[in-house]
Design a protein around this ligand. Structure first.
Ligand code: GTP
Ligand code: MG
Length: 333
């Protein structure tokens, strides 16, 4: 069994990239399982990946790098016993320390031939995220086997050069790869790198990450799940516009109320008979990226909304979410 970890800060593009890689790996005839560990009480990513036909194991809300170490080990043992896949792809939550995730596997009783950690760097938000000085971001850069500079389609060459230089200051020897999942730039190279890089033994490192370091910069995760009544005159386009307007409003209000950094605001609408629509916002005032499709006349719609932000009180996040949903005319039960 080979373990590939796709780590990186909130909203850097892990799941989007994972989906492209997973499809290619499956198409190459390899047996593969995806493990998702998402921050927040409601998962969004696994709903989306399952909607794309993938087999996903979810590890309950909480972070696999600290409190859920045994869950990770047990899940892997179970997967090895029941499926024995060629490849396991693990997406730790965007606030997990990749170093701790790998350290959590020390003493794993099963057989992992090859481990490889790709850390995704968000090119568009590079400066903002680095300035926020969140310990796990630097920790991620330090523990990567490869740094994937994603969202290249959103920045120019000068910005890319500046990011490369910034990363090389921290890890002079590190391999970097400039990627755009949306524009399909270098995703194939990443897939090849994934399959080719040998285990460098990093997982045998001792844990030295200081948990207390992150105290001042802990994220707030607020989750909200509800059903939406669907009428005969349901219109998917109007629905998408309404949800988009609400999410944009939430991001703006959060910023105006002093939120230090938007990690990821994401929502998924799912219909029980199949089909989903996912919305994602990673900066204030951004029109959400939308992925997926709903049936023309869904018989029901379940919404899961996850807001992960820094530097703001959870009650205020809740108030803002409820207010914006109400203002947007979204009946949130
Ligand atoms: N422009 C652009 N956007 C991208 C690219 N890759 C991902 N995104 C967008 O970035 C946002 C976050 O993507 P996700 O794949 O959900 O990020 P993630 O790292 O899995 O997020 P979390 O699991 O919440 O930490 C989405 O709106 C994606 O559409 C890219 O190459 N270019
Ligand atoms: Mg994700």
């Amino acid at each position: 069994m080979n373990l590939f970890v796709i780590a990186g800060f909130l909203g850097s593009g892990k799941t989007t990239l994972l989906l492209s890689i997973a499809k290619a790996v499956s198409a190459a005839g390899k047996k593969m399982v995806v493990i998702e560990n998402e921050i927040g009480d409601i998962s969004v990513d696994d709903v989306m990946l399952e909607g794309e036909g993938l087999e996903v194991r979810e590890i309950a809300s909480g972070c696999i790098c600290c409190s859920l170490r045994s869950d990770l080990i047990n899940t892997l043992l179970e997967i090895e016993r029941d499926y024995n896949p060629d490849i396991v792809i693990l997406e730790p939550s965007g606030v997990a320390s990749p170093k701790q995730v790998m350290s959590a596997l020390v003493g794993y009783g099963g057989k992992i031939e090859h481990k490889h950690v790709a850390v995704i760097v968000d090119a568009k938000r590079y400066q903002k995220i680095m300035h926020a000085d969140i310990p796990i971001v630097k920790d991620g850069i330090n523990s990567a086997d490869i740094l994937v500079i994603n969202k290249c389609d959103l920045v120019n060459n000068d910005e890319l050069e500046m990011i490369e230089q910034g990363l090389k200051k921290i890890r002079p020897e590190i391999k970097t790869l400039q990627v755009s999942t949306h524009a399909n730039i270098n995703v194939d190279k990443l897939i090849n790198t994934f399959l080719a890089v040998p285990d460098n033994g990093k997982s045998k490192d001792k844990v030295y990450f200081d948990l207390n370091k992150g105290k001042g910069t802990a994220p707030i995760a607020y989750a909200h799940g509800f059903d939406i009544p669907v009428n005969d005159d349901f219109n998917g386009k109007v629905f998408a516009e309404e949800i988009s307007a609400v999410l944009k409003e939430i991001s703006l209000e959060l910023e105006q109320t002093g939120c230090k950094l938007i990690g990821h605001i994401k929502a998924i609408a799912k219909c029980s008979s199949g089909g989903y629509m996912m919305f994602s916002v990673t900066s204030a005032g951004q029109c959400p990226d939308i992925k997926g499709r709903l049936p023309r006349k869904p018989e029901n719609l379940k919404i899961a909304l996850n807001v992960i932000v820094y530097g703001i009180n959870k009650n205020i996040v809740e108030q803002i979410v409820i207010k914006c949903l109400n203002n947007g005319g979204i009946n949130n039960g």
